[in-house]
Design a binder for this molecule. Structure first.
Ligand SMILES: NC(=O)c1ccc[n+]([C@@H]2O[C@H](COP(=O)([O-])OP(=O)(O)OC[C@H]3O[C@@H](n4cnc5c(N)ncnc54)[C@H](O)[C@@H]3O)[C@@H](O)[C@H]2O)c1
Length: 285
């Protein structure tokens, strides 16, 4: 390492921030956050390798990338399993030898089991889908990234891992661990050329989390629900992922950015005396 200002990586084309890079995106199926990330990365010149459990959603993302003139492939794997991760690793490395960007995006709060009703089986399921694969997929690609000269890891977790989530503390704990894994990885591997940052998602319309259905008559309430006053979309998340994946953020590592329309800053959860539970979108003030 030097103290030379030319260490700042040059950006030759601001419209193609990932030109020539190989990016792996887990859960890159269409209409979700991973799908938007895969499409935006491909539009910025990356060859995108998608790990997806749902064949239709995977094909839809690859079709969208191809139609836009980009390059993408899908690997139909379950990243909760050792076999799935091994298959992804060999499929990608056999083709490219290494990778430059890894986005660990898979995660799910479902089935939502209240803590009082939860137990070892539901705890294990929350661990597998929200944390285990971050360890497994990151380990699978870390050395190939280092051997290639370094790279960027982006972990998509949740704002619920960055604040108290009264509704489901086990899920929230897994997301908090994902955020801390990110920070610790960054501290340990920065000198080997690896950056790691996280995104704390909230209020983003996807197949998993539908913020519209049942709330059609309450659009004006967004001013109360989110400081920016609107629903979030996968593209909102993808833009931050692009920043963190590219040399735009060359001097940023170990951080977890809430991409939440300001809900973490503004609180976000309200106790509803009527329902006698915490809600994030009360229908009345
Ligand atoms: N949407 C939100 O508001 C929100 C809020 C907080 C956190 N998040 C987090 O953001 C990430 C993306 O969420 P989303 O809303 O886009 O979800 P989504 O369910 O719409 O998309 C997830 C994608 O991952 C795929 N997938 C699921 N399990 C898989 C597995 N085992 N192996 C491979 N692929 C698998 C799904 O088929 C899907 O295409 C998750 O980590 C989620 O926990 C989302």
């Amino acid at each position: 390492m030097t103290t030379d200002p030319s260490d700042v990586p040059p950006i030759d084309d601001w419209n193609r921030l990932l030109e020539g890079k190989v990016a792996v995106v887990t859960g890159g199926g269409a209409d979700g956050i991973g799908g938007a990330i895969a499409e935006l990365f491909a539009a910025h010149g990356a060859v995108v390798e998608i790990a997806e459990i749902d064949a239709d959603r995977a094909a839809a993302t690859v079709d969208a990338i191809t139609a836009a003139g980009g390059s993408g492939r899908a690997h139909l794997v379950d990243v909760r399993t050792e076999e799935g991760v091994a298959e992804l690793r060999s499929g990608v490395l056999d083709e490219h030898g290494g990778i430059d960007v890894l986005v660990n995006n898979v995660g799910d709060y479902r089935p939502l089991v209240r803590f009082a009703d939860s137990g070892p089986e539901s705890w294990e399921a929350m661990y597998r889908i929200n944390l285990w694969h971050l360890f497994a997929v990151t380990q699978a690609f870390l050395d190939p990234m280092i051997e290639r000269g370094g790279g960027s890891i982006v972990n998509v977790h949740s704002v619920e891992g960055m604040r108290g989530f009264p509704g489901e503390p086990v899920y929230a704990s897994m997301k908090a661990a994902a955020a801390h894994f990110t920070t610790s990885l960054a501290a340990g591997y920065g000198r080997k050329g690896i950056r790691a940052n996280g995104i704390g998602v909230d209020l983003t319309q996807t197949p998993q989390v539908d913020y519209v259905t049942g709330y059609e008559d309450h659009a004006e309430m967004w001013e109360a629900w989110a400081p920016v006053g609107r629903l979030g979309w996968p593209a909102d998340q993808a833009r931050v992922a692009l920043f963190l994946a590219s040399d735009m953020s060359a001097y940023v590592t170990g951080h977890n950015v809430p991409v939440d329309g300001g809900t973490k800053a503004g609180g976000g959860w309200f106790f509803s005396p009527g329902a006698k539970r915490f809600v994030n979108r009360p229908k009345t003030l």
